[in-house]
Design a protein around this ligand. Structure first.
Ligand code: MV4
Length: 499
């Protein structure tokens, strides 16, 4: 089909990211918005915008018929789902196709195959992709489960078959705890996914979370290396990087070949990601495939020089990917920090209110993918991610220095953010040595549960006051020649760090 207009079935920073890619490709973009998003930056960036309902996602971004009506009404021929919301619902992909529209993503059959975790394990094993030893189908008999667990050796991990993202998981360290874990995991799975089926795997201790980016068009399936995603808290990633300190070119090729085989086994098209656990001994295991563009896709874009959303749009239109055939290698190092309106001083609880002042970092090697501006209201209706700060440097050390510089440029006043957490993490010797795994932040309460240093709070207030002063006076900033002015004081904070 000839696609000229794409409906973006999402909000915030990813909606704006997709709208920009549409414009780069010469396509028009249609935004959809709820009451809360009426005046969001992504709505203003679109060529047209359609109201789809009240603020709660269940009455707007998650309503398939509203999205399809908006597409029909606006004359869009394709729908990009972004991430979250309807992006991995096979029934949505099917409904889009049934409406005669192009789904900018994989075939519904691939979403479905990867959504059922035990089916995915069977298909991956058949394709020669390493999976964690364990059950290859749901377990309904506790005696069968006990026998399997004894054979694997404890600890084991009970998982939901319909799961993903950590819901309905139970670590079991002794045989007497297995029966109870099966019951409680099944009940949590029923509540979360409407399906009580569970299975179990050998529990891998202290692995890294390393994922491989895949891109598939009608002719080729390729990988674009790994992202290191071990820095997470309660299944929410906070910082990602590419490449990973734990992956050398030989391991990259082995993991990449496994990811390509995984995608090919389900007839994958578009951009997708295979998640792996990587043990300290270099063994790796397929966990699941994310059949969507991911939050952290920009770090791959920076080290491979590829625009993944542009490639998604091309592939959906039946065009070949622009990536030239032949060997690929990452260039330099990229890091992403997720800037969330969560207050580390308050148990990472979401902070709400009006952003009274926002200054985005910029300059060499800095990318700011944001969904908010000065004056915007942060509510509790949606995810708390405000923006992604992504940097690129020649080496990991350079990228860390650049991220510190960019975080010192960032000013957000009006809501609490995790800015100070990122600065503490980047300064930490273990992080700087690359000595991380998925339990890193659990062990490091000293990095996580701390208030923003008074210096940062004062500097943010001062930066906002200076900006307001400049706006009112329409004059040069209040710099003094003797280095004692407010700007000099802000610069001193950047040089000396936070207290
Ligand atoms: C595991 C595991 C250890 N051993 N499977 C968490 C969510 C889901 N995607 C799979 N998860 C895990 N599966 C085995 N056999 C540890 C995790 C896990 C995890 C994985 C990736 C990123 C963060 C994580 C945090 C806690 C547990």
């Amino acid at each position: 089909m000839n696609v000229t207009r794409v409906l973006v079935a999402n909000r915030g920073e990813i909606a704006l990211r997709i709208i920009r890619a549409c414009h780069d490709e010469g396509l028009e973009a249609v935004a959809v918005y709820s009451d809360a998003d009426r005046s969001s930056p992504y709505v203003r960036a679109a060529d047209a915008a359609v109201w789809i309902g009240p603020s709660p996602a269940a009455q707007s971004y998650l309503v398939v018929d509203r999205i399809l009506e908006a597409a029909a009404q606006s004359g869009a021929q394709a729908i990009h789902p972004g991430f979250g919301f309807l992006s991995e619902r096979a029934h949505f992909a099917k409904a889009v196709e049934a409406a005669g529209l192009v789904f900018v993503g994989p075939p519904a059959t691939a979403i479905q195959a990867m959504g059922d975790k035990t089916e995915a394990r069977r298909r991956m094993q058949a394709a020669g992709v390493p999976v964690v030893p364990g059950a290859m189908a749901a377990l309904d008999d506790p005696a069968v489960a006990a026998e399997l667990a004894a054979g694997l050796g404890y600890p084991v991990l009970v998982k939901a078959a319909a799961g993903g993202g950590g819901k309905g998981m139970r670590v079991v360290r002794a045989a007497e705890d297995l029966a109870g874990a099966l019951v409680s995991a099944a009940s949590e799975a029923q509540k979360a996914f409407g399906d009580p089926a569970v299975y179990l795997e050998k529990f891998i201790e202290r692995p890294r979370h390393v994922e491989i980016q895949v891109l598939a068009d009608a002719h080729r399936t390729i990988h674009l290396g790994e992202r290191e995603c071990s820095i997470q808290r309660r299944h929410q990633k906070l910082l990602e990087e590419a490449p990973s300190v734990a992956v050398d070119p030989a391991l990259r090729e082995r993991m990449g070949a496994a990811a390509v085989a995984a995608a090919a086994a389900v007839g994958y098209r578009s951009a997708g990601t295979c998640e792996f656990l990587l043990s300290a001994d270099g063994s790796f295991y397929f966990l699941e495939m994310n059949t969507r563009i991911q939050v952290e896709h920009p770090v791959t874009e920076l080290v491979y020089g590829v625009d993944l959303v542009r490639e998604q749009l091309r592939i959906a239109r039946g065009l070949p990917m622009t990536v030239a055939p032949g060997p690929l290698a990452p260039r330099g190092w990229a890091i992403e920090c997720r800037i969330t309106s969560e207050d580390p001083a308050n148990g990472f609880l979401p902070s709400t209110g009006r952003i009274t002042h926002l200054r985005a970092p910029a300059g060499p090697g800095v990318r700011w993918d944001s969904g908010v501006d000065t004056g915007d209201e942060v509510t509790l209706y949606y995810d708390s991610m405000l923006a992604k700060l992504i940097v690129h440097g020649a080496t990991r050390t350079d990228a860390i220095a650049r991220m510190e510089r960019a975080l010192h440029e960032l000013v957000v006043v009006g809501v609490a953010t995790n800015q100070a957490f990122h600065l503490r993490l980047l300064a930490d010797p273990a992080f700087r040595a690359g000595d991380i795994d998925i339990q890193f932040l659990e062990r490091r309460a000293d990095l996580v549960d701390r208030p923003a240093p008074p210096d940062l709070v004062r500097r943010l207030a001062a930066a906002a006051a200076l900006a307001e002063h400049e706006r009112r006076q329409r004059q040069k900033p209040a710099v003094t020649g003797d280095g004692n002015g407010a700007s000099a004081w802000l610069a001193q904070g950047r040089r000396e760090g936070l207290r």
